[in-house]
Design a binder for this molecule. Structure first.
Ligand code: NAP
Length: 285
């Protein structure tokens, strides 16, 4: 039995879909089962990572755990509960910032969680994804309302990763041997600027979209934690990479045998979130 946490999220849902196509017994954790809409063959477990009693029940009979940490925080009781339940292996969604920017808030939090997982006594695999393609959903309301995406900064070109590729790597690590004590840094297949991502979404919609960068008098939102003096603040602009990427990495293809999916594919699959597709008129032909 595999237990998928974060099962209603971008990666977890893709993983549930991928594993549903196999014969592996599958359970999916959510805080709100009525809203989850998992496929019929998936067992639904109600639970919250910060509630040990519900977690204990969800772990019964589980051999492998897919672990997503909301906000990068690992509640102290999670791994002891998992181990006591007899779980053998854990696959953690960490972040590539743990490697590239270990003193950023997210990088530092993920390193702490990684260390706990490494020292848990379980077989472990660490997934370190770069920025998700799905972060561009933060622009959806602007794109639904007009043809210009206004951002406070253009940021850096970024090899955004399709969440389904993180799920594909996770599926291998959860169902095959040979991934124990491995750390997988994961990126998409090409580094794209904000303009290129917006253009790709426009192409998926059949619309011409533009980016307008305006110097915001307000500084970007920052994630800061008071109790970690050495930790730097992370500027957070949704959909905009503010930290330099390590470039395009080959890990997705090395692990899954399939090339990493591009942003254009993600934009096509998710175009509904940005508005209706515009059909080319007869005059355009
Ligand atoms: N976005 C990025 O660019 C990026 C890059 C690298 C790493 N990451 C990491 O990826 C993870 C997010 O993955 P995602 O985007 O697939 O998730 P997501 O779409 O943000 O969804 C969050 C998931 O976490 C679950 N959840 C929230 N609070 C919970 C709690 N207290 N107990 C149990 N489950 C809880 C939610 O389930 P229910 O609401 O159904 O309970 C939902 O399935 C984070 O750890 C993030 O740091 C993100």
């Amino acid at each position: 039995m595999i237990l998928v946490t974060g099962a209603t999220g971008h990666v977890g849902r893709a993983l549930v879909d991928e594993l549903t196509a196999t014969s592996t017994p599958l359970r999916a954790l959510t805080r709100t089962p009525p809203r989850a809409g998992f496929p019929p063959r998936v067992e639904t477990a109600e639970g919250d990572l910060s509630r040990t009693d519900a977690l204990r029940a969800a772990m019964e009979g589980v051999e492998s755990l897919f672990l997503v940490l909301p906000d990068g925080q690992l509640p102290a009781e999670v791994l002891p509960t998992v181990r006591r339940a007899g779980v053998r292996r854990v696959v953690l969604v960490s972040s590539l910032l743990a490697q590239t920017h270990p003193s950023s808030v997210i990088g530092a939090a993920m390193l702490t969680a990684e260390t706990a997982v490494r020292e848990s006594g379980l077989d472990w695999t660490l997934l370190r994804p770069w920025e998700f393609a799905s972060n561009t959903l933060a622009w959806a309301s602007q794109i639904r309302g007009g043809d210009t995406v206004r951002l406070p900064a253009a940021g850096l070109a970024s090899p955004v990763i399709h969440p389904a590729d993180i799920a594909a790597v996770a599926a291998r690590a959860l169902t095959e041997d040979g991934h124990e004590a491995r750390v997988y840094p994961l990126t998409g297949p090409e580094a794209l600027t904000v303009e290129q991502k917006v253009t790709a979404i426009g192409t998926a919609l059949g619309r011409e979209l533009h980016v307008e960068v305006h110097a915001d008098p307000q500084p970007a939102d920052h994630v800061a934690r008071q109790d970690q003096g050495a930790v730097t603040e992370d500027p957070m602009i949704p959909g905009v990479a503010t930290q330099e990427s390590p470039g395009v990495l080959p890990t997705v293809e090395e692990v899954t045998g399939n090339p990493a999916r591009g942003f254009h594919l993600w934009a096509t699959e998710n175009s509904d979130a940005f508005g209706p597709r515009t059909c080319p008129s007869a005059n355009d032909a």
